[in-house]
Ligand binder design. Structure first.
Ligand SMILES: [Zn+2]
Length: 177
């Protein structure tokens, strides 16, 4: 697997199922094809967790399995392998969703002036709301003031542009002379 693709897959795995998903995928990639039990053994992760990761991958279209019947015992074994053809498509739709969220955040930050006590996690109030609370934070009671969101707005704009370039929705800005 190409290094870049691999990195993207591992990041996606981390998002979907944390460390354990990353370990399972690494083991599966190394073995090429393996049963859930085999993967549980090499990763030392509980087989139930391994199965959860495998089904999650299957749901996303990133893994496939073959069902093979053992002639002697009559039991069925599932042999799993990775199939990352859909990876670019999945990553793209994830990025599109992120872009949408960022744009909404930007709209919120630029559309209205907010009043805030300055403590992260405490609410940012509109002018009308701030009036209602007599310009005091409803949580800590500190005075709330108009806050300067230039930095937040700049950061949001930067991330939006980055994503738009990554997604091919926007061209990279040319070098300025
Ligand atoms: Zn507060």
């Amino acid at each position: 697997m190409a290094r870049r693709k691999n990195k993207e897959l591992m990041e996606l795995a981390m998002d979907m199922g944390g460390e354990e998903a990353v370990e399972v995928i690494k083991a599966l990639e190394k073995k090429g094809e393996a049963t859930d039990e085999e993967l549980a053994e090499v990763t030392e992760i509980r087989v139930n967790t391994v199965r959860k990761v495998l089904y999650m991958l299957y749901d996303q279209g990133l893994a496939e399995f073959k069902r093979i019947r053992d002639k002697e015992t009559g039991w069925y074994y599932y042999y799993w392998h990775l199939d990352i053809k859909r990876l670019p498509e999945i990553l793209r739709s994830k990025k599109m969703a992120e872009l949408k969220k960022l744009k909404e955040m930007l709209e919120e930050e630029t559309g209205e002036i907010y009043y805030w006590c300055g403590t992260p996690g405490h609410p940012k109030l509109t002018f009308d709301e701030a009036m209602e609370y007599e310009f005091q934070c409803p949580i800590c009671g500190e005075m709330i003031m108009q806050y300067d969101n230039t930095q937040i707005v700049e950061e949001l704009k930067r991330r939006i542009e980055e994503l738009e370039i990554e997604l091919g929705l926007k061209k990279k800005p040319g070098k300025r002379k």
